[in-house]
Ligand binder design. Structure first.
Ligand SMILES: [Zn+2]
Length: 78
């Protein structure tokens, strides 16, 4: 259980720091806030930013879902 909790908390924070750096390099104009939703249980697990210029299509990535307790495909949702 502690493992799940750690994954749930640490991954988005680390990504947020990484994204902040990316945004600084690329300029703030094209960044949009997106929510990443688990395709299997439909839970919204992550809030993040994407660069519309670099990723014009729907964002999809493999992320740890604490509800499915495994990595699943997460898709962008508003
Ligand atoms: Zn899930």
């Amino acid at each position: 259980m502690r493992e799940i909790f750690a994954a749930y908390n640490s991954v988005p924070v680390r990504e947020a720091a990484w994204l902040k750096r990316q945004i600084k390099q690329g300029g703030a104009d094209m960044r949009v806030k997106v929510t990443l939703r688990c395709n299997e249980c439909k839970q919204r697990n992550y809030n993040t930013f994407k660069n519309k210029k670099n990723t014009p299509d729907r964002l999809e990535m493999s992320k740890y879902c604490p509800f499915c307790r495994k990595h699943t495909t997460h898709s962008e949702t508003k």
